[in-house]
Design a protein around this ligand. Structure first.
Ligand code: PHE
Length: 514
């Protein structure tokens, strides 16, 4: 049934990671991002504290690790970015790979870079505690100068634009220098630095007065919550987003591995490392919240806010209230966010750039420069006064629809078109930890079913009321049409003929179906 395609090795040999550690750090760099620091802690708190860890761990074992193995295995076997790997399975599926990387680059990265830019600004604000006493008014009115709604776009905020340029400049420089000299080297510096910063924050916050009360709220389990469907929905969607799955990133990173690689073991290390990072960062977040609650004489529940509010409103307030070295604490916290964001950002840029390089064989330097410049120009809209609304709407659509639909397609492609057993045999080759037949079931049935439920749930909520009460027209234009626009771009890219014929790395292994 698979269309027979000839695949030929490009003239330039594929770049390769210098070391296994370099690869693991880069993949963890992609997975560990802004989401680990603020989204996870908030979800934990909202869903019955420590009880959330149960569905979270189940989600990791049942779909997180299996899909990580799928993406790494596919990239490793096919030695290509997402579109190339998908095309090597079946030429008719190439568009899906393009959809994944287009959503990554021109969906997530555009707004993600704007949020990293805010963090850069906040590193500098920390130096003088510029946010003053009313951190909420500072963030919304003074810093973002937020407009009345998503359609009142307003002027561009020059300070944000400036840091946005810096963020893109850094990403460009890293990806420009390629796999070893750029991505690997940057992650080898940034990731250990990030671990150190988080370790300092954890130890520091746990020693603050009232911290233990925060930790109690963070971890004390309320098992009655486990019967609510929402806790499961939150756990599963957090796993997909946190592990950077379904955007073709892990496929691309694994395509730079040497032939001999222990995919299963690496997938387990990366997934568990990412989750551990979230849980540990949660200690810093809740330790600080506990301290702040105590300082303000309020219960912890009243100082917890979600996502953006937590990082840019609550945390600055906590920092101002620190007994000593508050400015240093602020600089460390926001620098950690910048580092976490940057290592994810470069993976998003790489996933798209690698796809273009694979297909059109332009030089990396040209591709990365054009991609980053276009990305930068595209993300300027998020520095306008309506930026926060746009971030919110686009994030909602890309993660609830783009990620989920592409995830389902990916499972169908590998589980049914290529044959799960076929890829399982490939990843089990290294011999260390092996995937059992459960993996086939997860990829063919469980993961698509879970994603299907997430999709159904999102659609159900979507039609009930406009997301966050935004005007329908803005939801349609900024949300739905963005995802659909990426799909149209993807279809065009896939229609374009390959500059050089594709060839299977494994020669005959390509067309087997189990
Ligand atoms: N995993 C990143 C985080 O937790 C977000 C991300 C998603 C990055 C998808 C790249 C791709 O913040």
């Amino acid at each position: 049934m698979n269309k027979h395609v000839e695949f030929s090795e490009p003239h330039h040999p594929r770049p390769q990671w210098r070391s296994r550690m370099g690869f693991i750090l880069a993949a963890m760099g992609s997975a560990v991002g802004l989401g680990n620091i603020w989204r996870f802690s908030y979800l934990c708190y909202k869903n019955g504290g420590g009880a959330f860890l149960i569905p979270y761990a189940i989600a990791m074992v049942v779909v997180g690790i299996p899909l990580m193995v799928l993406e790494l295995g596919l990239g490793h076997k096919m030695r290509g970015s997402a579109p190339m790997s998908f095309a090597k399975v079946n030429r008719h599926w190439e568009w899906c790979g393009w959809w994944a990387v287009t959503c990554a680059m021109f969906g997530i990265m555009l707004y993600y870079s704007a949020v990293i830019a805010w963090c850069v600004n906040y590193v500098f604000f920390s130096i003088n505690l510029s946010w003053g006493a009313d951190t909420k008014a500072f963030f919304f009115q003074q810093f973002l100068q937020i407009s009345d709604g998503p359609l009142q776009i307003g002027d561009i905020r020059a300070p944000i634009l400036l840091s946005l340029m810096t963020v893109w400049g850094v990403c460009w420089m890293i990806v420009f220098f390629g796999v070893q000299k750029g991505l690997e080297r940057a992650n080898k510096i940034f990731m250990p630095l990030l671990f150190c910063l988080i370790a300092i924050l954890v130890v520091w916050s746990l020693n603050l007065k009232g911290a233990m009360e925060g930790i109690r709220v963070y971890l004390s389990p309320d098992f009655s919550q486990l019967s609510r469907p929402q806790i499961w929905i939150d756990a599963f969607s957090q796993i997909f987003f946190s592990l950077s799955l379904a955007f073709g990133i892990m496929v691309t990173y694994a395509s730079y591995l040497p032939r001999k690689a222990d995919i299963v073991q690496d997938a387990v290390v990366i997934s568990i490392g990412d989750c551990l990072f979230s849980v540990i960062a949660g200690f810093a977040v809740f330790g600080t919240l506990g301290y702040m609650a105590q300082a303000l004489g309020k219960p912890v529940s009243e100082v917890v806010t979600q996502s953006i509010g937590l990082a840019f409103v609550t945390y600055p307030e906590a920092i101002s209230n620190m007994p000593a070295f508050s400015k240093a604490f602020g600089v460390i916290f926001f620098s950690a966010l910048v580092l976490a964001g940057l290592t994810s950002g470069i993976s998003l840029v790489e996933a798209f750039s690698a796809a273009i390089i694979d297909k059109f064989h332009f030089s990396r330097k040209t591709v990365v420069s054009v991609v980053c410049l276009t990305g930068f120009l595209g993300s300027i809209i998020f520095t306008a006064k309506s930026g926060l609304f746009w971030v919110d709407i686009l994030d909602h659509f890309i993660t609830n629809y783009g990620l989920v639909i592409i995830g389902i397609l990916e499972c169908i492609l590998v589980g049914w078109v290529l044959g799960a057993r076929h890829l399982r045999e490939h990843v089990n080759h290294a011999g260390g930890i092996v995937m059992t037949r459960f993996w086939d079931i997860s990829v063919r049935v469980i993961a698509p079913a879970v994603l299907g439920i997430l999709l159904f749930n999102s659609l159900h909520n979507e039609f009930r009321a406009p997301y966050e009460g935004y005007p329908w027209v803005s939801i349609i234009l900024i949300g739905r049409d963005w995802v659909v626009g990426a799909l149209i771009v993807a279809l065009f890219m896939a229609m374009y003929p390959w500059k050089r014929a594709l060839e299977s790395e494994e020669g005959s292994g390509l067309h087997n179906k189990s």
